[in-house]
Design a protein around this ligand. Sequence first.
Ligand code: BES
Ligand code: ZN
Length: 850
Amino acid sequence: MRDAAPTTIFLKDYTPFGFIIDGVELTFRLAPKATRVLSRIKFRPNPDATDKRFFLHGESLTRISAAIDGKSADVRDVDGGIEADVPDAPFVWEAEVEINPQDNTALEGLYMSNGMYCTQCEAEGFRKITYYPDRPDVMAAFEVTIEGNEKVLLSNGNPLSQSQGFAKWQDPWPKPAYLFALVAGDLLNHPGTFTTKSGRQVDLNIWVRPGDENKCAFGMQALKDSMKWDEDVYGREYDLDLFNIVAVDDFNMGAMENKGLNVFNSSCVLASPETSTDGNFERIEAIIAHEYFHNWTGNRITCRDWFQLCLKEGLTVYRDQQFTADLRSAPVARISNVLALRGRQFPEDQGPLSHPVRPKSFQEINNFYTATVYEKGAEVIGMLKTLVGDAAYSKAVDLYFDRHDGDAATIEDWLQVFEDSTGRDLGQFKRWYSHSGTPRLTVREEYDGDTFTLHLSQSTAPTPGQDEKLPQVIPVAVGLLSPNGDEVMATQILELTEAEQSFRFEGHATRPIPSILRDFSAPVILEQDIDKTRRAFLLAHDTDPFNRWEAGRMLARESLLASITTGAAPDAAYLEGLGAVLRDDTLDAAYRALMLGQPTQSELAGLLHEAGITPDPEAIHTASEDLRNAKAAAFGDLLPVLYQDNQIDGPYSPDADGSGKRSLANAALSLISRTDGGALAAEQYAKADNMTLQLAALSCLLDAGAGKEQLAAFEQQWHGDRLVMDKWFSLQIMQAKPDQVAEVTTRLTQHPDFDMKNPNRFRAVMGALSMHHAGFHHKSGAAYALLAEWLIKLDPVNPQTTARMCSAFQTWKRYDPARQTMMSAELDRIANTKDLSRDTNEMITRIRSA
Ligand code: BES
Ligand code: ZN
């Protein structure tokens, strides 16, 4: 095995490190294949620790020298690092190691991307740079010297001195090693400035490779908006004189919040109207905000250990969601977040990878940067805010910043500030952090001519390692409507704390119609035995925009499930209600575009599985296509009007209004293309002056079985732009017929621009393959085999990206015996691969244990 034998780390085993660090000095002598890293670290015994062993992490390091207090140290190599005997008093550790950034294809530690040096240290990558206690509760101030021929040499904090081939940086804020960063390359900067509310001027830069400098303006504005928003809403000011962002092409994740030197996947920061879609702009805005917000929730207050990951990630996702809701449309943002939650977190929580927001154990922490920790983690913060109220939330968060600034904190610390500032007992609420699985909320209604009663009950199915669940605190937002659609009771929060509980509403002379779980007030599955008429009523009248959308979604879902299981035709009531909403010009375009959507095929497969029916991917695909065709037919007159009314004259702007109009026009176009053979799409393609319109048109053309010419022209036009070419690769797979998906994918892997070492390109291709439900699950099994083959190839190159993509197989137990056998064989093939990484091994083991 390349990695040490898998060992499991437990939350309950936490012990503090035996030493405190009083300062770190690092010197980097850069060379692609032989970079020297010199470290000088001041340690002293930690009086609060019981384990006094001097252990430093270290991985793939060639040791040149090691000394304690100036004398050569007697170092013992142990599993995952080194040990040494040290004085029971302050001492200085000095080491020199050699590392090889050029051959570091795992993209963790110090590596090279297109000739530039960069680092990725979260979660445990710093140990690949030098010997160090690589754990988040060990915090220190860093001084970093870089020697290299590159024009730009960057690290965290403020520059102390700079000259040709040399730079010295100082970060005054103590930080854990995972927030360390170094970048060196021939880069250009897009500069900006921000004046904080207390009047300090901060220099801002976005650093890019030459050629990308015209793609920075939007990111810069997003950064300024984020800085302002965090001051206005959370009272948090930036704390250095400089904030740098660097774009790199090879990056495992989206972006990283290193102190004062954020490193971004170029796909998550570079934007221009010609090359980026509205969706890209939105994501860039959110991710720049997210990484910036970490400066307080993550950096100033970090995590004691990696089990507390949701302390920074759940909270920071919650904050970036608030930011997007404030800057754009709140209902549209909420619906998008719920779509993401149901699309990614629900399947995870209902399958073999299910784990609590705060896991109790792990083998490889990189495998726990999951939808559960992030998105469910954010939902938990949202529920807490709903339960205590806005004002109490602000007060508690202020106390958190006051009390824990500079700390490596825990979920207990976070909940304690809420208990202390509100007097509320959060003992039961804490179960949200330890229970896995998605609770089911069942509703029964009762009415006696005056009193309307809601009988609520909750239960959660068993999940791996958790058979019995205790009731959770579920905030259920409820409003009541009269039969004519007026709101007779504004939204109230019901607190469900028992397995079963009833809530009474008195004084209703006519039977009210409840709107339940408004704004999706809790991450649960709502089960409500109501008929189509009721759903259609809510679709027409609900005063809560989320639930109004949800009513349409439920009608679509029921229509699709009926088509799949009984061959029923698409539901006329759904189409009629939807038509009325689409015609309503008072509703904004983005919202109507979301209304036009329908449950995904994998969502339908999950619902069937829950209902005890084996999903048939072909039948699901057919029903989904039929429903789209039915919309195209039913709205034959309306769609061209929606298309026309949402055309924009004048220059492109990625704002909410413009992107909303484009999303509705493009949604209309995709249905129109089902009846006009792609004629209108070809017209749009020919005149498109931005990527949102160009890509949507191409997608419609391919879907209509046309677009060969445009596909080739697109490649011609964009072959020099990696990010646009990622779209070109993905789209062909996304729009392939189910029986051709494997073939198209294979052909694309033979394209000269397919490079598995670039995570964006690998994901563009293999991600599209695994997300094409009917294609991935095609009965031939060809797609299963193809994905497995490439995961096996990628594993020795980049274990992190391989492991993440194994989750394509997490739903294997949903399907019929033939498909299960094929998927299981592929999982076995991966598991039996020689020298499989610890990352992939853990994922496959968990998935197979289903
Ligand atoms: N801290 C993470 C990046 C990270 C994740 C580093 C895993 C190492 C391992 C960063 O703050 C983050 O969460 N990024 C997200 C995007 C964000 C908008 C949710 C990402 O990279 O996908
Ligand atoms: Zn984050």
